[in-house]
Design a protein around this ligand. Sequence first.
Ligand SMILES: O=P(O)(O)OC[C@H]1O[C@H](O[C@H]2O[C@H](CO)[C@@H](O)[C@H](O)[C@H]2O)[C@H](O)[C@@H](O)[C@@H]1O
Length: 438
Amino acid sequence: MAMNQYELKHCVLIFQLFLFFLWLKLFSLLQNAGSSRLMGWMRLAVLTTTVRRVLLMDLKTSNSPVIADSLPKLALPSAVMTYTTPTSFPSTGLYLNTPKKKPLPGKIEEVRAAGWLDLMLASSPPRKRQSKDFVSDVQADELDLLYRNWVVNHPSALTSFEDIINLAKGKRLALFLDYDGTLSPIVDNPENAVMSEEMRSAVSHVASLFPTAIISGRSRDKVFDFVKLTELYYAGSHGMDIMGPVRNSEFSGQHVECIRSTGSESKEVNLFQPASEFLPMISEVFTKLGESIKDIDGARMEDNKFCVSVHYRNVAPDDYAEVHQRVTAVLKNYPCLRLTHGRKVLEVRPVIDWNKGKAVEFLLESLGLCGKEDVFPIYVGDDRTDEDAFKVLKATNLGFGILVSSVPKDTDAFYSLRDPAEVMEFLKKLASWKEEST
Ligand SMILES: O=P(O)(O)OC[C@H]1O[C@H](O[C@H]2O[C@H](CO)[C@@H](O)[C@H](O)[C@H]2O)[C@H](O)[C@@H](O)[C@@H]1O
């Protein structure tokens, strides 16, 4: 008589139960008989079976997207910029030429395949207060050791200050500063990322001695509201909204469209907005993203004019994948927009070949400092998006980048500083050195 699969499974289960009781009986008999050698062998057998089971279980579950963590935490995965080449879009002429990506499988797999979930989990180091509260002493020691090894290759700009001024002597220094995490500490609510008065006066002091610009992912207006210094140049929306000096409308030998405008204190300025054609699309996507994430606890949107930020700093880590999935689902209908990743923030921006690095080149050109051997640009920033600027400076071999980080990170910056407090000290030292040397 043939058995179906269900009946067969039942038979196997009953047989296994029978064997189990047989084992128990044998076990108690041997225990009573006091046969210690046999007992030893049996323990070994039980142990081996358990180990084998655990190993098999591991093998079975190692495909689970939640357990494995094979992506290196410090590497910037090549898939950071997950965007597709649009088939048609506005005509700025700065579009990125990237190959179309293959569609990825289901939700969690999609997030992991691109390394996004790891990136989201690791995207902002714990602040000092948190590491004391939650990370054990051992972990803190390990981190400390890792940091001390890393800083050998990215020396502190404070302890190496003498080397820096030796390099800068006789050159025209230009300063580029990121805002969040560089001039103001990272806080839970982006609206509260105010700059201290002491930092403001340090920035104002250096700006009176060297051309100084702030290059931020925030909208230009918002970053100006925080900094409130008219003597600086400002680039908002990751460099897609530059208010720079009036000079020429050339960039890398190409004519670029600038708008002559009057800035604060009636100063004449040039406005360069290479993504202006994307404005209607960005505001449409802002509304759609807001709708799509509104029920996720802690998720919040920020309108940065030419880009949109989706913050997940206050979201439970279990919901990170959900945030990412909702954002990518909306973006599927917008091939002209791409997603990049900052500190606990997903940033949506136009697919144009423009970033903080290009903004630095543009500003150097507008300041009449481009391609000159006696120019010494320094860029200070803490974020992944600042890497584009670090790369530009590294390639020119004139100035250098300073990464603000208290944990080791992959970077193209040459020097490092731990936090905004050290940035302020560095700015003060620069100003004193300049004043003493003139
Ligand atoms: O280029 P930046 O000036 O560094 O701007 C990048 C993003 O900074 C802000 O977000 C970050 O700082 C917030 C306040 O400390 C923090 O809450 C958030 O988690 C960080 O990602 C800003 O709010 C974003 O819009 C910028 O894109």
